[in-house]
Design a binder for this molecule. Structure first.
Ligand code: IMP
Length: 430
């Protein structure tokens, strides 16, 4: 099917999304898959994301730049659906210098349509979380308040931010309308100074990124659209209200760029061989025992952005099947399978049991119902031998193959790649 689609189209446009609650290890896979790509585009979220990469054994965490920036022969873009923290983005661009990465306006396109996270939005995020009776557990990076401002049509777009007169006019208008904003300006002058200073540095990169992306697609270039967070954190299709404030799925990529869905040729989901979640919200397969602690320790399950310990649980194929359907996944990467070595038996949820509704096979829209569900597990013998670091999926120990095949069958998507370690080379292919 995939090869037929590829033959029928002049270009290849791949969307790569997190197929769980984020932190599936997208950074490494975007880096791996973008090797043969002309352009990598981040299409939603902001510096709430943390994509960890190991470049020549050295750890790098990217929060805003696409994970493809390390390939000198390709371009990167942040599209309209992204929210940008200007001073943090400048800091991130600067920290790439020692890796020999130099970004020019030809190589990095920042959408003038993207919205800007200001110190005010970060403050509001923190205050909302502090006063909420049931906090979301946000990253406190100002993401929700910035998208709210955008939806209220009073936000600041990046194109206007880099123009001094428009940026100052926006600040002025906000001050006139809101006394708390005015107080914040006065009491957080250093943050606001940094905010203003970053404008000059970003200005050369701001452009009509969407037009350039569409032109790249039409001219037959290979384009990778990089999702942040995970499909279960999607504003519409995730476990609302315990979600992020953007459209994390494949549809979000089209909307952010203004790219027709007809242009998308591949939609790859990345899932770990187990599940993690940070922040609040229901998590049916969550583990509270020693096995959970062991997986968390082996998998180094701490947030790349906030350092918070991640909640850990068994593979949930009810949720993963839902994600496969919502996004129309054409392939699945099963990541961090090496972490499950020595852990057995391994469990995988194939349905939920609800005290009133009985057996449930699809992810309920209602998070209150989801919170009352207990998983129905299928159990698999584990494996103790080290799994191969590179090669083919068929080289895995038979117990691991059984698990990989069971996941693939349960979600009805082929597992085309398996992650066996953090480095670029640690991958098995179909
Ligand atoms: P926000 O995106 O900071 O507003 O946080 C909303 C929810 O999304 C919280 O549960 C966060 O923990 C979660 N979240 C945001 N970004 C990430 C991420 O990159 N990985 C995992 N969870 C995330």
């Amino acid at each position: 099917m995939t090869s037929e689609i590829l033959q029928a189209t002049a270009s290849q446009v791949t969307v790569l999304i997190g197929a769980q609650w984020g932190d599936e290890g997208k950074g490494k896979w975007i880096d791996v898959l973008s090797k043969d790509t002309d352009l990598v585009v981040r299409y939603q979220g902001g510096n709430n994301a943390g994509h960890t990469l190991y470049i020549d054994g050295q750890k790098v965490v990217l929060h805003q730049l696409p994970s493809g920036v390390f390939h000198s022969n390709q371009r990167s873009a942040l599209a309209a659906g992204v929210v940008v923290n200007p001073s943090q983005l400048v800091a991130e661009m600067t920290k790439l210098g020692p890796f020999g990465v130099s970004l020019s306006p030809e190589r990095l396109w920042l959408s003038g349509r993207a919205h800007v996270i200001t110190p005010w939005h970060i403050y509001v995020d923190g205050e909302r979380e502090k006063s909420a009776s049931s906090p979301i557990g946000t990253t406190k990076r100002g993401i929700g308040p910035t998208y709210s401002e955008k939806a209220a049509r009073s936000g600041l777009r990046l194109g206007h931010y880099v123009r001094d007169s428009s940026r100052l006019a926006w600040v002025e208008k906000m001050s006139e309308q809101n006394s708390a904003f005015r107080d914040h300006l006065a009491s957080h002058s250093q943050e606001w100074d940094e905010f203003h200073q970053a404008a000059k540095k970003l200005a050369p990169f701001v452009t009509d990124a969407e037009d350039l992306i569409r032109t790249s697609v039409s001219s037959g270039q290979k384009v990778l659209l990089e999702g942040a967070q995970g499909s279960l954190l999607d504003l519409d299709h995730g476990s609302y209200p315990f979600v992020t404030s953007s459209s994390t799925g494949a549809g979000g990529a089209c909307q952010s760029i203004g790219l027709s869905p007809r242009r998308i040729t591949n939609i790859i989901g990345i899932a770990k061989g187990y599940v993690t979640r940070v922040g609040s919200g229901p998590f049916p397969t969550e583990l509270f025992d020693e096995v959970g602690k062991l997986i968390a320790k082996k998998g180094n399950e701490f947030g790349a952005t906030t350092g918070r310990p991640r909640r850990v649980g068994w593979m949930d194929c009810v949720a993963l099947r839902y994600v496969a359907e919502v996004n129309g996944l054409t392939g699945l990467v099963l990541n961090k399978l090496d972490i499950l070595t020595g852990i057995g038996p391994i469990k995988m949820a194939t349905a939920y049991q609800h005290p009133k509704l009985g057996l449930i096979k699809t992810l309920p829209w209602d998070t209150d119902i989801l919170a009352e569900c207990t998983p129905v597990y299928e159990e698999f013998p584990g494996w103790d031998v080290e799994i191969p670091k590179s090669g083919k999926i068929k080289d895995l120990p038979p117990q691991a193959i059984r698990f990989v095949e069971a996941v693939s069958k349960a979600v009805d998507v082929p597992v085309t790649m398996v992650g066996t370690g953090p480095n670029r080379s640690e991958a098995l292919y179909i």
